[in-house]
Ligand binder design. Sequence first.
Ligand SMILES: [Zn+2]
Length: 122
Amino acid sequence: MSEKSFATSLCCMDGRIQLPMINWIKKKYSVDFVDIITAPGIDKVISDGNIESIKNSVMISISNHKSSHIIISGHFGCAGNPVSKEEHFTHIKKSVEIVNSWNLDADVIGIWIDENFAPHSL
Ligand SMILES: [Zn+2]
């Protein structure tokens, strides 16, 4: 019996992005399940260094589910982080650097979700 595979999505709480992100991640990284860790405007939250609760959740996903990929996203029309697309890119990239500094056994990827709710790798 093969073990089920997991990835971890660090994404906004926004309900419009959840299914597109889950479907994209499952297809792109060939995983069975996606653990979801949310906060409003999570790219801003992590890049500001407010990581304690988020890090605790990520550690459970990594330790218990052996998650192989951590996907950090920001999205168009974000109410929690209402800034320009360029500022989102800056926040997402900084968030990737921060999570990479935790030295987890998983790839850390930044994603932009556009106005059509299509995810793009940064
Ligand atoms: Zn949002």
